[in-house]
Design a protein around this ligand. Structure first.
Ligand SMILES: Cc1cc2nc3c(=O)[nH]c(=O)nc-3n(C[C@H](O)[C@H](O)[C@H](O)COP(=O)(O)OP(=O)(O)OC[C@H]3O[C@@H](n4cnc5c(N)ncnc54)[C@H](O)[C@@H]3O)c2cc1C
Length: 494
């Protein structure tokens, strides 16, 4: 059977685009990139709430092969990141490969023909190889609070912001104080007549060295790319060191984490004079158990008279407001859900049913057997498939380290399968088991193994108590592995 395409890539965010760039570089031209959305950019197309921006230095937040001299701030706003994705799609001639507004609903491996049948909203497509490049922060999660559906006012999720709805003069509640809440809350305060912020778990917040990048510097970056590469190298090295030393090698250097926490506490003290309020805003888990962030405006927002930080647990939502455990109801017009995404759970990882060998559905299999894979990308149950952003992938200075390593790995495999004229490539059981065991062993030395993480309500953990979100190795190591892993860790057949 001749499939419709050699490769199908699902997702036109930065991961899917990067796979496309790597495929073209290796001379693979028969591929399509499917996306449910009408354009490229992934999370940066979907997350347009006021204040959305990167929370690592913009110099680091880009492909290594395409530094962006156009960032206007040291922490780029979301609209610029989306424009950068559009630019990459054009520059790397990916547009002809895009099939937009095409949602993938199911993928089934045909064991006789060694092809994937990809069921989409526009019909079934077949491909020899399938790369699922859907990021983990794609499916908005609503809180599991009784009465949410009874609310008579407007509900907006930060990941699907309604720009037609004006919050000016309204009574607004925000549920959630994670990375998105931290960015949107200062933007709503002052515009709304009243703002109630419902916090379950406080977030560690560092001061943000956020400044406009002068035009002259941007011009210099454009004219002298090596200068920009040097800046990228420095910001990346710093971000990588913080991630690797603070989280991955926590047990060897716990004092670094304590020092970072001290910086956060001092930042909070400078912005919030009231001791009771400060106590409410101080996390009771270690820095790194949960995604921390940067802001110079977040803490200060709670000192406003028209903003209230509510830490009593929410009991239920009524038609007109929110009732907390103390029995008090605060009435509101609009409810903003800054409650994040479905990540390590059935239906989200993978984001659609994936049926591999012997009809094994990967999501259900992972849900019962715990997450496992090889190099964060492949499993013995699903030949010819690489799942980027899956379990054991998040590490390094920015998502781009993960994306580039994943693309390198998947495309190396595809090229090798082609070279050997194989119709099936599947990871062998032993290297897969060794990798998974190594990840679980290394996890014990990370900050995520600290007992205080149990108080963090962190999406880094799954329902088994495992923390497979993170890959407990440095970004540099992952970069190296993607280029050097033994291609015979896979079995090839025709
Ligand atoms: C608000 C926000 C801020 C962030 N800030 C940072 C940061 O500062 N630094 C950092 O390193 N990371 C950050 N991230 C993480 C971010 O997810 C990654 O940096 C990166 O953009 C992920 O790209 P991706 O292509 O892997 O996934 P995504 O961007 O999620 O793209 C996946 C694509 O797949 C499509 N898709 C999903 N399901 C289907 C389906 N069934 N069929 C077809 N298409 C489908 C989606 O429409 C989407 O376009 C942030 C994330 C968010 C949400």
């Amino acid at each position: 059977m001749r499939p419709d395409h050699e490769v199908i890539v699902v997702g036109a965010g930065f991961s899917g685009l990067c796979v496309g760039v790597h495929l073209r570089r290796k001379g693979v031209r028969d591929f399509v990139i499917l996306d449910a959305a009408p354009g490229v950019g992934g999370v940066w197309r979907h997350n347009t709430y006021p204040g959305v921006a990167v929370d690592i230095p913009s110099a680091t937040y880009c492909y290594s092969f395409e530094p962006n001299p156009g960032w206007t701030r040291s922490f780029a706003p979301g609209a610029e990141v989306r424009a950068y994705a559009e630019h990459c799609a054009d520059k790397y001639r990916l547009r002809p490969h895009l099939r937009l507004e095409t949602e993938v609903r199911r993928a089934v491996f045909d064991e006789d023909a060694d092809v994937w049948h990809v069921h989409t909203s526009r019909g079934v497509l077949t491909a020899r190889f399938l790369v699922c490049a859907v990021g983990p922060l794609d499916q908005p999660k609503n809180p599991d609070i009784p009465g949410l559906d009874d609310f008579a006012g407007t509900i907006v999720h930060t990941a699907r912001w309604d720009h037609g709805h004006d919050l000016t003069g309204e009574r607004v509640a925000v549920i959630g104080t994670g990375a998105s809440g931290l960015q949107v809350i200062p933007e709503i305060a002052g515009r709304a007549a009243r703002l109630d912020v419902y916090q379950r778990t406080p977030i560690w917040v560092l001061p943000k060295v956020d400044f406009p990048i002068p035009r002259a510097v941007r011009t210099a970056f454009r004219l002298l790319p090596p200068v920009q590469r040097l800046v990228r190298f420095v910001t990346t090295a710093i971000s990588e060191a913080v991630m690797v030393l603070g989280i991955v090698h926590y047990s060897k250097v716990p004092f670094l984490v304590r020092a970072t926490e001290a910086v956060c506490r001092a930042h909070l003290r400078r912005q919030v004079p009231d001791r009771t309020l400060r106590r409410k805003l101080t996390p009771r888990y270690g820095f790194g158990c949960k995604r921390p962030s940067f802001s110079n405006r977040y803490f200060r927002t709670f000192t406003r008279n028209d903003v209230e930080l509510v830490t009593d647990p929410i009991e239920r939502i009524t038609a007109h407001g929110i009732v907390t455990a103390d029995g008090r109801e605060r009435t509101i017009d609009t409810l903003v859900l800054a409650t994040g995404f479905k990540i390590l759970e059935l239906g989200a990882m993978p984001p659609f049913p994936v049926e591999g060998l012997d009809g094994v559905e990967l999501g259900a299999h992972w849900d019962t057997e715990r997450y496992h894979n090889y190099e964060g990308l492949s499993v013995p149950q699903a030949p010819n498939l690489w799942l980027m952003n899956g379990p054991y992938t998040v590490t390094g200075a920015s998502w781009f380290s993960i994306i580039e390593a994943g693309s390198t790995h998947a495309v190396r495999c595809i090229v090798e399968a082609r070279r050997r004229r194989a119709t099936r490539i599947v990871v062998r059981q032993t290297p897969h088991d060794d990798f998974t065991a190594d990840m679980r062993r290394r996890m014990k030395g990370t900050i995520l193994a600290q007992p205080s993480c149990a108080r963090s309500n962190s999406y880094y953990f799954d329902r088994h108590g495992d923390s497979p979100y993170v890959r407990p190795q440095s970004g540099l190591h992952v970069w190296h592995r993607a280029r050097t892993f033994d291609l015979d860790d896979y079995a090839y057949t025709r």
